[in-house]
Structures are given as C-alpha cells and as structure tokens.
Design a protein around this ligand. Sequence first.
Ligand SMILES: Nc1ncnc2c1ncn2[C@@H]1O[C@H](COP(=O)(O)OP(=O)(O)O)[C@@H](O)[C@H]1O
Ligand SMILES: [Mg+2]
Length: 353
Amino acid sequence: MSGVQLKNITKKYDDLQVIHGIDLEIKEGEFCVFVGPSGCGKSTLLRMIAGLEETTGGEMFIGDRNVTTADPAERGISMVFQTYALYPHMTVEENMGFGLKMNKVPKAEIKSKVAEASRILKLDDYLSRKPKALSGGQRQRVAIGRAIVRGPEVFLFDEPLSNLDAELRVEMRVEISRLHNEIGATMIYVTHDQVEAMTLADKIVVLRDGRIEQVGSPLELYNNPDNKFVAGFIGSPGMNFLKGVVENGSVRIPALQDSMIALDVKLPASGTKVYIGVRPQDIELTSGEGDLRVDVTEELGGVSYIYLKTPTDERIVVESRGESSTAYGSNANISFTADKVVLFDLESEQRIR
Ligand SMILES: Nc1ncnc2c1ncn2[C@@H]1O[C@H](COP(=O)(O)OP(=O)(O)O)[C@@H](O)[C@H]1O
Ligand SMILES: [Mg+2]
C-alpha cells in the first residue's frame, strides 16, 4: 500500500490548459474523492495518475516512486470505470481472473485471488454466469473484483456508479465504503455528486476549472468553506446566498428589509459588497406576515423545503422538519442567528473570517 503525491501537476491539450498546477498529498489507506462540476478536470487528473494521459508538467509519486512518466502497468494501480467493460463471452470468474492469466500467474493462485475477491464482493453465487445474466450493480461488482485481484497499491474509480439507478447507487456506495474498510487500500474516487463525496471520503478535493478550490474532510468543507463555490457545492439543498453591504460594523441585507446583521468576523471597509451565506437547515420560518413570497413547497415526508422569493428577486430555501403548512403565493417571514452566517466578498467570492 502506498500514498500518492502530486507536485504542481499541469495538463495541456495543445494550447488548452485544463489542469493548472495541482499540489496534493493523499495518505496511505486514505479514501480521497475528487468532486466538481462536469468538465472541471476530474477524469483528466485521475487518468494522469493512472498513466493513461501524459503529464504536461510537475511530478507524481506513488509511495516513494516517481511515476511521472511510468507506464500504467508499472504504477501499481487498478482503475474502475463508469462503463464496466466486461468480456461478454467470459464468465464472472474468467472476467475477474483474465488480467492475471494474461500475466501468466499460476492457475491455483488466480483461483484463490478470485475466490477472495468474490467473497469480499459477495459474488460467490454468480461465478459461472456470463455478464448478460447479471444486473448493473452485479456487473459493476465484477469490474471492482477485477481490480481487486490485481492487488494494486492504489484503486482509481471514475464515476463508477453513474450508470446505476438511484436505489442501486446507494447500495453500491455502501458496498464501496465497506470494501475500503475491509481492504484498507488507498482509493481515489471521482464523482460530480457531492452526496457520494460526503458519504465516502476521508478527504474531499473540490475542483473547479482545473484548480483545487479546497481540500478537507467532508465536515470541514461543510462547516468551514473557504469560498462561495465550495459553500454552494457541498450540502443539499445548497447554501443560500444574499447580497449585502458592509455598513458601520454590520452587514445590511436589502433582501431582508435592510436588516443589519452583526457578525463575529473581521469586516472589510464600509461600502464593501458581500454575500452572506446561510444553510437551509439553519433558517426557520416564523409566524406573521413577511414580504417573502412562497414560490414552491416540496414535501419529502420527514422534511420539507420551502422556496421563497425576496422583494429584491433573490431566492431563499428553508428546510423545515415534518410537514409544512405554507401555501404557494402566501407571504412568509424567516429568522436565523448570526452565528450560522458565513460571509464572502462579492467580487472575489472568498470567505471573510
Ligand atoms: N482529449 C482531449 N482533448 C481536448 N480536451 C480535452 C480532452 N479530454 C478532456 N478535455 C477537456 O478537458 C477538460 C476536463 O475534462 P474532464 O477531465 O473529462 O472533466 P470531468 O471529468 O471533470 O468532467 C474539459 O474541458 C474537456 O473538454
Ligand atoms: Mg469525467
């Protein structure tokens, strides 16, 4: 087992730079998730670690080996893709053992490695089936099994659950978590889904436009985002943002009848434009007629989400426990406490602390 270290990694496709100097240390045995919107460079970065894409600049280490220019086969990695890419004419057992067979590993050893992977992934009952007789989730387990039998130092996953329906996705997410607990290998997992990132990761790397926005544990990112992008990306529904202006040591919020909010941060000069951020979970609907209009109410049973529009045409989502009694078009009032508010510069979108 080994950790992975990236030093000032860059990638250009001709003149188009898609990765801009990534520095990152992934510890041995860590479950690291790269998350970010489509096109931000997650797959490119993962494929560079796998050796499937050339690295334009910087250096890359797996354990203490410099693998920047090493062949994929020399890196000690196994990769699992969104498409399972199983051989249709081979059984589950043959699919899992095929890579070892190609490497002339003795038959008995292949058999015992496949048996071990099959036990971990609960595939024992399916070993003699062909892929077409398996569900999507089972096929993806075979693909993961194929990665396990190679005994890699580092597992790489590129959106492995994206082809599965919602229910199976949750089930496989739990499986992958269990797999990591059981074999304890270093894993790097790419997804655009922040829920997957939050539930699987020891360490989340939030990427945007080929740059790291923030690195931290799920709760560090949730509780202490460095910028508006991370604050809005992590958490569901996303954090609410309202425009404000710094005035006389407080923040004036036009959307909330020019309320003045005093915050325990080092405020910039009066006149500076800012955003305040408050999570839907930290806002309460209060009784009495307000000037916020109820746009949509989503009832999920245990919780409801109430979407409000302010007189300034900004939006606020409130999460409320249990059922909600708000009706479309009615007026509402909200309250939240200042200790739940985070502040961002409007221009740079960086956190003001
Ligand atoms: N072979 C390629 N040639 C040119 N541009 C590419 C190539 N592969 C990816 N890109 C570009 O690199 C950026 C990052 O892509 P990708 O890593 O696939 O994003 P993600 O996996 O985060 O959705 C995108 O703008 C994409 O269009
Ligand atoms: Mg991708």
